[in-house]
Write a protein that binds this ligand. Structure first.
Ligand code: SIN
Length: 288
């Protein structure tokens, strides 16, 4: 079978058309999907009205799945392979603790020593307008730096913290913040990561990084801000407008993403994500 692909933007992404991921799929068709994933950085599958089991089963074809022990409060109660990203209130009426998940630029599990290979996010409920997600092509971001800048950052390591802007705020839950920080000590990751499968170099940064290993925050900030700004220019970015039953998979080794708060938060936005485990990278930073 030859896949029917439709590019989503100049920077990255392709839609895989006319496919039902819950149907039996040959190795060769899956091989084509995997090659497209490596080539385009993100893939979109529309109209996947499939069960949780089928979402998990399709995800497993990409590799071993994470059980989300780094974010235990956000796991689906019955499926540890599924991470909830939802503003649906808890059964006791309290606000969902995952309602601000992903609101800053990041790649999944970069604050662990086995950062994610990929993530497959399925859309269940959407607000009337908005609730979009931005994706940035970090190979393009690296390739468009000057040779001087490439040399300057070649050996730097950024320290990735598990907390996000929002969970540092009181309203997202002090208990959750403390638990997530305790479970996940600061991890230094190379700023330039070599993709383990394609061999391409990609910037590996985002807003979880506050300083470089061996440097102060004050020294690091201007360069981190510059690189994040450079990577998230419109020419490097695709903005996904979700439809119900979309599944998007992204390659965390060469893209980063951000969920936008561009919607009426009284309306429901409910997503569920599987996370495919990657290869070891980075090291724990003592006394960060
Ligand atoms: C995530 O960062 O995994 C969630 C992204 C989104 O909800 O759009």
């Amino acid at each position: 079978m030859t896949l029917k692909l439709r590019r989503l933007s100049n920077a990255l992404g392709a839609e895989v058309c006319d496919i039902d991921v819950s149907k039996p799929m040959s190795e060769s068709t899956f091989g084509e999907i995997y090659n497209a994933f490596l080539r385009h950085g993100i893939l979109l599958f529309r109209n996947q009205d499939i069960s949780r089991e089928q979402h998990i089963e399709f995800s497993r074809r990409f590799g071993e799945l994470d059980d989300h022990k780094s974010l235990p409060r956000d796991r689906h109660p019955d499926y540890p392979e599924l991470l909830l990203v939802t503003n649906r209130p808890n059964t006791d009426g309290s606000p969902s603790e995952s309602r601000y998940t992903g609101r800053s630029w990041h790649t999944d599990l970069s604050y662990t020593t086995t950062p994610a290979l990929g993530s497959l996010l399925k859309c269940y409920e959407l607000p009337e307008v908005g609730g979009d997600t931005l994706f940035a092509n970090m190979i393009m971001a690296y390739d468009t730096l000057s040779d001087g800048m490439k040399k300057l950052i070649a050996d730097l390591h950024g320290i990735h913290l598990s907390g996000t802007r929002r969970i540092n705020k009181q309203d997202a839950g002090e208990a959750r913040r403390a638990e997530v920080m305790k479970l996940n000590p600061p991890i230094a990751q190379p700023v330039v990561r070599v993709h383990p499968e394609t061999g391409r170099k990609a910037l590996y940064l985002g807003e979880k990084v506050k300083r470089f290993d061996g440097m102060t925050e004050e020294e690091s900030k201007p360069l981190i801000d510059y690189l994040n700004r450079h990577a998230t220019r419109p020419e490097c970015v695709y903005r996904h407008q979700w439809r119900r039953h979309d599944i998007v998979i992204w390659d965390n080794r060469c893209t980063m993403h951000q969920a936008l708060g561009d919607f009426d938060e009284t309306q429901l936005r409910h997503m569920e994500r599987t996370t495919v485990m990657g290869t070891p990278s980075g090291y724990v930073v003592a006394n960060a």
